[in-house]
Ligand binder design. Structure first.
Ligand code: ATP
Ligand code: MG
Length: 463
């Protein structure tokens, strides 16, 4: 039987007595137990309650020697997943095993968010957001580095705080370092601290942010902005947890958990030499990639309701009602600024509604209504593309688009042309192509897919 199961692609351990079998089960890591009833040293059913207590709990499939409906019923009542009658055919066995494993992996996924996870005000129940919350729960339990990625306004800082608040370090400090705002010449001393007289103007010693995070969580926001030489020093801090303040001869220790966030493509930056690969590797023991709001439109309504309730509180007004077109408009818009933009727009809508008890789509900012209207006529991208081709002749569409939109669609067109030229030049050889372009393989694939340029995937042998 073990041989047959192995041929189905599963790992098997087997034993010929209850005692030997229980020993294996207690070591953990067993997904399914196939349990015989009559064994040399006792009755298989008698150990069912014990098996239920092992974590993670394996599923038990009972094998009964002769048709014994009562025994089978008892088995299922005591928590067995299924029972099979001997002789057990390969097909029935495979089916039972597969079903048990599927059931179990589903159950484990569901139970991954501990009920005790404090969401810290994180709203939304879309599947993608839920899987991010699962990762928060997992990361909170362990003291590992976490990298949070996502567009602006998707909640990176909120999620970082949630990890901290659900971790064992929750009553210690949460130290935020905004790498984009670190003052050029003082980056080192801001992070690592300095001794008195370490440089002109340092008239007293100061502890750096790394030391402030001792015992707690260090949140490096916008980590893509960290200068390369500091990245190198910081890597050492991560590896050894010790560092030397500027002007000091003594090493200091700081015990912190690191969470980093970025909206940049760090892989792409590594490929360009703008970010250290070894640091990135260390940062992402766990990566939480927060989805943009437009990819989870079902979260928009609960987010909006929650924020409006907060705003009404703030303005001491009654909760507003909504016209049908209000949420329709919210869903139709793309929300490039994600939850932050949604919240800001709601505040504007509330102010615009004044004492009116109902919010209408009309109350939303004009830019949003214009974008949605334009989208419903033809995508604004189409209009821009058209404009680009002809603006030398007839000019931009009216109303004038934002510079950012023009820039984006102009860049898109150039990059798309570049990629086509690149593939033509290398006759479709992706290895050559990425060498010339200075791109990682995954980045090149992503770009080709994004710009819908057809290509022959690389032969993994030659890569
Ligand atoms: N799921 C959510 N539930 C409730 N509020 C949210 C959620 N996601 C984001 N927000 C709110 O949106 C705003 C922006 O979130 P946050 O500052 O965490 O974004 P960010 O990803 O760090 O953005 P940036 O890259 O611009 O710094 C905050 O006010 C935050 O509370
Ligand atoms: Mg942020």
């Amino acid at each position: 039987m073990s041989n047959a199961i192995q041929r189905m692609g599963f790992d098997v351990k087997w034993a010929t007595s209850l005692a030997a079998g229980l020993e294996i089960i207690c070591l953990g890591d067993i997904d399914v137990v196939l349990l015989d009833v009559r064994l040399p040293d006792g009755d298989g059913l008698s150990v069912l309650p014990g098996i239920q207590k092992v974590t993670p709990k394996p599923e038990v499939i009972i094998m009964t020697g002769f048709s014994d409906p009562e025994g089978a019923e008892l088995a299922i009542k005591s928590g067995a997943w299924d029972y099979l009658q001997k002789p057990v055919g390969t097909k029935a066995l495979k089916l039972a095993l597969t079903r048990a494993l599927e059931y179990q992996s589903e159950k484990r996924q569901r139970s991954q968010v501990p009920i005790s996870l404090d969401r810290r005000g994180i709203i939304g129940d879309s599947p993608t957001l839920r899987s991010c919350l699962d990762l928060v729960a997992q990361a909170a339990q362990r003291d590992i580095n976490v990298l949070i990625t996502g567009e602006t306004g998707t909640g990176k800082e909120l999620f970082a705080q949630a990890i901290h608040k659900n971790s064992q370090r929750s009553n210690r400090s949460f130290t935020v370092v905004d790498c984009a705002a670190l003052p050029g010449t003082l980056v080192e001393s801001t992070l690592f601290g300095h001794e008195k007289g370490a440089y002109t103007g340092a008239d007293h010693a100061s502890i750096g942010l790394i030391m402030q995070a001792d015992g707690g969580t260090l949140f490096l926001d916008e980590i893509g902005e960290l200068p390369l030489d500091i990245q190198k020093r910081f890597l050492r801090v991560l590896q050894e947890r010790t560092f030397r303040p500027v002007g000091s001869k003594r090493e200091q220790k700081s015990d912190f958990r690191l969470i980093a966030a970025t909206n940049q493509d760090l892989d792409g930056m590594v490929a360009r030499g703008a970010f250290r690969g070894d640091l990135l590797f260390r940062l992402r023991s766990v990566t939480i990639d927060l989805p943009p709001l437009r990819e989870r439109p079902e979260d928009i309504k609960p987010l909006a309701l929650n924020h409006l309730a907060k705003l009404c509180d703030k303005y001491h007004s009654e909760m507003k009602g909504f016209s049908a077109d209000f949420f329709k408009m919210l869903r139709a818009y793309e929300w490039p600024g994600n939850v932050r933009e949604l919240n800001q727009s709601l505040e504007k809508a509330l102010v615009s509604a004044g004492n009116n008890p109902t919010l209408f789509a009309q109350d939303l900012p004009a830019e949003i209504r214009a974008k949605v209207a334009r989208k419903s006529v033809g995508s604004s991208d189409d209009l821009l593309r058209h404009a680009k081709n002809v603006y030398g002749v007839v000019g931009f569409p009216s109303p004038l688009p934002k510079l950012e939109d023009v820039r984006k669609s102009a860049t898109d067109e150039v990059i798309s042309k570049y990629l086509e030229a690149l593939l033509k030049h290398t006759a479709g050889n992706l290895t050559k192509a990425r060498r010339i372009a200075g791109l990682s393989r995954s980045r090149l694939y992503t770009l080709l897919k994004y710009y819908q340029i057809s290509y022959e995937p690389e032969d993994p042998e030659s890569a």
